[in-house]
Design a protein around this ligand. Structure first.
Ligand SMILES: CC(=O)SCCNC(=O)CCNC(=O)[C@H](O)C(C)(C)COP(=O)(O)OP(=O)(O)OC[C@H]1O[C@@H](n2cnc3c(N)ncnc32)[C@H](O)[C@@H]1OP(=O)(O)O
Length: 276
């Protein structure tokens, strides 16, 4: 778990808090020891929240093998939300997890292979539970909290370059294993298009996946430091990447191999805009 030099207790009236850009002071460093009370000045809380976000964002990036953090105080857009989780299992309050979400305007392929624009798509952007607490249900707790607060359902969420652990997490907790191949970095699950207007149960274009090992995502996956054992199998990211060759954008994947995952993320030609 992640300890800070300051006491985080007052920041956590409950074990999970919701952080938005307006409660941060990313440009201000270092924080002064006492709260500022002048109008427009940062408070000690906002400095500390910013520091927590930066540290947790870095740990998340490290865990995923990303060169740059997806989450930091200065990158948090006004409509993005970070859920931070803490507990005092060790006798004092420590941060245990982070979940960053937002919305994206995306061009996506539906089950029939038609290319469509979807605005304000719920997006899972960054998700991390400290190594010492993984596989104990903390991730589920945080994710469920987020779904409730955002008013989202899991099958309607796009996931930005999920790691193997993330894929396993979605499969285990939400039975989401069938993906709809996309040409960008986002994974959509079966059920994404199920609404009163677009209900289509056509199987064409869907990935029938009995296990993560067989998934052909047609998207860029995050790297992880360790070889993840997916579910109870032993597929690692190489297995998945090697198998991810039958999707509609196989050539794109090959063309960009060897470049930074993070850079590819922003170069996606099919992402309309950054967070809105
Ligand atoms: C959009 C994105 O952010 S993608 C990046 C996701 N983040 C990462 O990969 C960073 C490292 N991983 C983590 O931080 C965590 O494993 C998370 C956030 C993915 C899940 O949090 P957890 O607290 O472990 O989840 P929780 O305990 O609720 O669920 C456990 C399930 O998640 C999956 N999972 C978690 N860790 C692993 C692992 N090491 N190997 C394979 N599957 C895993 C499995 O399905 C597991 O169920 P199982 O133990 O029965 O196999």
């Amino acid at each position: 778990m992640v300890e800070f030099a300051f006491d985080i207790k007052h920041l956590f009236p409950q074990s999970i808090i919701r952080v938005q850009a307006h409660s941060l002071s990313p440009k201000v460093a270092p924080c002064r020891p006492y709260p500022h009370t002048n109008r427009g000045q940062p408070t000690r809380s906002s400095c500390r929240l910013s520091e927590i976000l930066n540290v947790m964002g870095k740990l998340s990036a490290d865990a995923q093998g990303l060169r740059h953090a997806v989450t930091s105080a200065d990158k948090l857009a006004p409509d993005q939300v970070v859920y931070l989780m803490a507990d005092k299992a060790a006798g004092h309050w420590e941060i245990t997890g982070l979940l960053k979400v937002g919305t994206k305007d995306l061009f996506v392929f539906d089950q029939g292979g038609c290319y469509r624009r979807f605005n304000q798509t719920p997006a899972i952007l960054d998700f991390y539970v400290h190594e010492s607490r993984q596989r104990c249900g903390q991730g589920k707790l945080l994710f469920e909290w987020m779904l409730e607060k955002q008013g989202w359902s899991p099958q309607k969420c796009s996931v930005d370059r999920p790691s193997n652990k993330m894929l396993a997490f979605m499969a285990k907790h939400y039975d989401l294993v069938r993906t709809i191949p996309q040409g960008n970095n986002f994974v959509l699950y079966e059920g994404f298009f199920d609404d009163p207007i677009t209900t289509s149960k056509s199987a064409s274009g869907l990935q029938a996946t009995g296990s993560i090992r067989n998934q052909s995502q047609g998207h860029y996956k995050r790297q992880e430091h360790e070889q993840a054992q997916v579910g109870h199998g032993h597929a690692n990211r190489n297995t998945v990447q090697n198998d991810a060759n039958s999707g509609p954008f196989r050539k794109d994947q090959k063309a960009v191999s060897g470049t930074s995952l993070y850079r590819r993320r922003w170069n996606s030609p099919l992402t309309l805009a950054s967070m809105q």
